[in-house]
Design a binder for this molecule. Sequence first.
Ligand code: NDP
Length: 400
Amino acid sequence: MSKIIIIGAGGVGRVTAYKCAQNQEVFTEIILASRTKSRCDAIAAAVRSDLNVDIRTDQVDADEVSQLVELFRRHEPMMVINVALPYQDLTIMDACLECGVHYLDTANYEPPDEAKFEYKWQWEYQDRFKEANLMALLGCGFDPGVTGVFTARAAKHFFDEIHYLDIVDCNAGDHGKAFATNFNPEINIREVTQKGKYWEDGNWVYTEPHEISKMLNYPDIGPRKSYLIYHEELESLVKNYPTIKRARFWMTFGDEYLTHLRVIQNIGMAGIDPINYEGKEIVPLQFLKAVLPDPGGLGENYEGQTSIGCRIRGLKDGKEKTYYIWNNCSHEAAFKETGAQGVSFTTGVPAMTGAFMMLTKQWTGKGVFNVEEFDPDPFLDKLAMSGLPWHEESDIDLEM
Ligand code: NDP
């Protein structure tokens, strides 16, 4: 019995719309709104044709609180799933407070003029959401998102103390393009070109970009070179699990991808400061985004799978224990079901699952929360039923 608004009509918005439409008993009315309404209309038409479910569409510039407030007043939703860009997180949260709407997103706020993601801006909304009797769930994609829930499952069922956490993210897919990013190119390139950072013995340790790498074996995929990068869930996980001595995040990159990235950086195309081009201000990275393949359109020839999981070491009943929990997702299967590739799929399914937990009151609270603060079990059951089954193994070599 809940009306929701999804904001953002990229690959993730598409999967979220499909998955909400598949759970109509909870998401009884779905509105998809974005900056470009025609993209919402195309998704709504596909959902109508594939699932026989009607989704309404609307237009909004989510950088403008006043437009968001008008959108919310027009539709009176119970909650918003924000799958636009991280730049819009705070404006959407402001509008939620003004209109009494619950909030969920998949990526933490980043100021457009500084490539830096931190939870501090959104955590500052804690008191305001609490006073308004509203819940905001932050970072409910796969990573961040499921990786936090995986860690919560480890803490609930397998460990008294978690000491070492390594989140491992492998995309072994091939989209057949010389260079493309799997989600919004601007956000993706900002993320992977920044300095590496990990948690050790109570401090953040900084590295040069891609300075540390390791060959890791991924289930059903095999060995892949994995690079230590900073990822936002490390910030909330070391706060919520203070026994963690070291927390790191690893992502695989192919040599071809890294070579392109290096060239893009060396020629200044990854820059985020505006430059003057023939009398017009442009941001090089935004211009680059305009000429790169649309991540939402990569699905058709995408082969292979992703594998994302948590490798954990710690203590149970005084004894050292190891544990690995992961999901593999096939790009082909994701595309067949939703018309989007695996990275959009692994983000949109958890976004729907988190909203499902909130609307069915299996996860409740007033204020601003990260996913690991709730019971992982119902979320992981629903996730597996919704297309992302997961696997776990104990007392194995973690390669870490
Ligand atoms: P896309 O760039 O494909 O889509 C973003 C959508 O947001 C577009 O429809 C875009 O509109 C819309 N949008 C952008 N700015 C505004 C605005 N000011 N007002 C309204 N709508 C706007 O991105 P993805 O679908 O690949 O990713 C969506 C989000 O998911 C991103 O925040 C990304 O960081 C996050 N993500 C999270 C992951 C996780 O595991 N946690 C993994 C992957 C992605 P337009 O069509 O006009 O450009």
